[in-house]
Write a protein that binds this ligand. Sequence first.
Ligand code: HEC
Ligand code: HEC
Ligand code: HEC
Ligand code: HEC
Length: 191
Amino acid sequence: MKLFTTFAVLIVAVALSLGTSSLSFDASAQDTKKPQDTYTLATEAKLGQVTFSHINHTTKNRNLEGTGPSSCIECHHTAQPAAEAAKHPPLKTAWPADRTTTLTAELLASDPNAVGAVCRDCHARAEAKPKLLPENPQIKFAVGTELVTLTNQQAYHRNCAGCHDEIVKTRTDVTPPTSKKCTACHKRTTT
Ligand code: HEC
Ligand code: HEC
Ligand code: HEC
Ligand code: HEC
């Protein structure tokens, strides 16, 4: 997710200080599996749910540079050692905190728990408490700006639409749904 560093001119000030001692590994989060080809996200959004093709994002030419698929940690940012995450501020958190591995398809094949945790475990809906953290992470993206609480909405919009917004500036071969195009992602079901 290094693209966020460039486009948001980030100075780090993560308000939530995550002491490693408070991050004990939750056994229920270990129950991970192979990714589905498609996930239905935002099932509680008034605008409608979002169909996310995991397989397209991990096999087609979808990275910022246009050189190949997105790497796993562009989205699963806690699935790498903390020292690696910290190279891309404001990131610094790893899950589990003492992990030494970086998520790849190969790693997942040998370690079914390699993802560690999914987004909503840590980025809950507004007013809700995430499963794995005492509260939703709060972050300051630039000096003098407000603290942003990384709810599910903030986390997904910044990660997903953030990449799409950057990509349309540099690539003409793809047309990802940009952040303003709400209903290109959110679709109301007719049923
Ligand atoms: C573009 C963003 C993105 C990329 C890139 C990505 N993932 Fe995912 N992945 C997701 C989302 C979103 C989910 C669904 C999480 C949920 O259930 O809320 C998911 C789910 C998963 C799950 C299921 C986890 C569980 O507990 O249900 C696995 C396993 C996984 N991804 C592995 C990978 C691997 C391996 C790679 C790299 C080859 C990768 N992902 C790349 C966004 C991404
Ligand atoms: C284990 C908890 C955890 C999981 C799982 C997690 N996050 Fe985060 N996320 C955080 C924390 C904590 C921060 C604040 C920065 C830090 O400490 O690394 C953060 C920061 C972010 C940011 C802001 C930083 C930036 O680079 O712009 C985005 C966007 C984000 N997460 C999206 C996601 C998405 C999308 C997923 C799932 C694919 C996800 N997160 C999974 C805990 C988590
Ligand atoms: C690293 C960059 C990147 C990230 C991160 C990313 N996307 Fe995309 N996404 C793309 C690109 C590139 C396309 C355009 C493909 C095309 O036009 O052929 C795309 C297309 C899409 C589409 C159109 C349908 C399709 O799959 O072709 C949807 C919906 C979408 N993305 C949702 C998401 C969601 C939801 C997330 C976050 C969980 C996400 N994307 C994260 C790069 C990204
Ligand atoms: C790139 C795809 C994408 C675009 C574009 C997008 N969203 Fe979202 N939105 C998502 C995803 C993914 C989630 C969170 C999914 C989850 O928690 O499962 C989300 C979450 C939300 C939520 C929170 C839903 C809840 O859980 O309460 C709201 C509200 C929302 N979006 C509104 C908007 C609006 C308004 C726009 C346009 C300005 C927009 N979205 C554009 C993908 C998108």
